[in-house]
Design a binder for this molecule. Structure first.
Ligand SMILES: [Zn+2]
Ligand SMILES: [Zn+2]
Length: 378
């Protein structure tokens, strides 16, 4: 990003932090967590400790960081190097990102920016202006992606509450600030789990590696027993989810059993594999298993979009393209090169073909953060 664009974004971000300092959610056990931040065009500063919310606020306003992070782990000495921190435990965290869901809509709202000449087009193979193949993909706001990600959040919440016994009130759902959701679970009996044990939770949540034996069928199972052994729709946990996923309803269950022939085991195994993507929650395994991660801090701005990581409240009515657009709406003039249209705060923007436009600050920041606009030449 050129220096002028970075300075413009820093100004917008600083104003947000200055004016909203009181609404920044300060993490509990804050004195025992590691903090980190990045500035536009800057590297990562981590291994920082924040004594209290005053220190955090001073850091935000004086640095106007592009991104702010905080560990899910707590340590005796959060500001020492990793092997001297003395790890004491970590909250469970989950990341659901629309880009991992491989939705059909993505091609329609993904653009490619040339790293050599900065031209932007919808062509994924090569830059139309200079022929370079060094392209960076950028995705703009899409409602279908958000709705699909919300579905994954609901599946995850259901598993955390019903299967793991985590009270609903201990689970916080946040919009990530760009294209997905972060879920934080504060559950004392999970705090001590190490990375491998968290990996087992991930497999459970994603419904990885399910075998027919676990769900009422062995290779030599007599057909007459299946009525008793196969999962019922009302069963708790995965048994019930499998029944709903494969049989759909009671009639479907009966039909499934009556149609079973010689290779029932194999076809049941195939069905279990096929429904994993539908009934398992598609969380990012790396985020949950990393017990030393610094994770985007709630209420902080996301340098990839200029939107904020905000709590969702009611997930059904939550609209990130309105509720997370927190930057100033005063007019900003930029040269925009954004070949697809997008909507923020109820207003339509673009498409723009390298044209000078005056748009609200949040929309200018959105395009600047994604490299789809520049302040120079404006
Ligand atoms: Zn180019
Ligand atoms: Zn989409």
């Amino acid at each position: 990003m050129n220096e002028d664009d970075a300075a413009l974004l820093e100004g917008l971000f600083k104003r947000y932090y200055f004016e909203n300092v009181g609404r920044i959610h300060v993490p509990h056990k804050m004195g025992r967590r590691e903090f980190g931040y990045q500035r536009f065009n800057g590297g990562m500063n981590r291994h920082l400790a924040m004594r209290d919310d005053g220190a955090l606020r001073v850091m935000l306003v004086s640095n106007s960081p592009s991104d702010v992070y905080c560990s899910n782990a707590y340590y005796s000495f959060p500001d020492l190097p990793m092997n001297e921190k003395d790890w004491k435990g970590a909250d469970l965290i989950f990341d659901i990102d629309a880009k991992d869901l491989n939705l059909e809509c993505r091609a329609g709202h993904t653009v490619y920016r040339c790293s050599d000449c900065m031209a932007v087009s919808r062509d994924a193979s090569a830059c139309r202006a200079c022929g370079s193949a060094r392209l960076d993909s950028k995705s703009v706001a899409c409602r279908d992606c958000i709705d699909a990600s919300k579905k994954e959040v609901r599946k995850l919440e259901d598993i955390l509450v019903r299967d793991f016994g985590i009270p609903e009130g201990s689970i916080r759902v946040y919009f990530s600030g760009n294209e997905g959701f972060h879920v934080h679970a504060y559950a004392p009996h999970f705090e001590q789990l190490n990375s491998r044990e968290r990996g087992e939770l991930v497999d459970y949540i994603r419904f990885n590696g399910a075998v027919p034996e676990r769900f009422g069928m062995t290779r030599r199972q007599p057909k007459r027993d299946l009525q008793k052994t196969l999962p019922e729709l009302g069963d708790a946990g995965w048994a019930g989810r499998v029944a709903k996923g494969i049989f759909v309803n009671k009639t479907g269950r009966k039909r499934f059993i009556s149609q079973i022939d010689g290779d029932a085991y194999d076809s049941y195994q195939r069905s279990l594999r096929e429904i994993a993507g539908t009934i398992g929650a598609r969380i990012d395994p790396q985020v949950t298993t990393d017990v030393h991660r610094i994770f985007r801090m709630p209420d902080s701005l996301n340098g990839k979009s200029g939107m904020a990581k905000v709590p969702c409240g009611d997930l059904d009515s939550f609209d990130p393209h309105v509720d997370a657009c927190v930057l100033d709406d005063g007019p900003v003039t930029v040269t925009a090169r954004c070949p697809v249209a997008f909507r923020l705060k109820g207003h339509a923007f673009g498409p723009y073909d390298s044209e000078q436009v005056t748009v609200p600050g949040y929309a200018a920041a959105y395009m600047l953060c994604k490299g789809l606009a520049t302040s120079s030449g404006a």
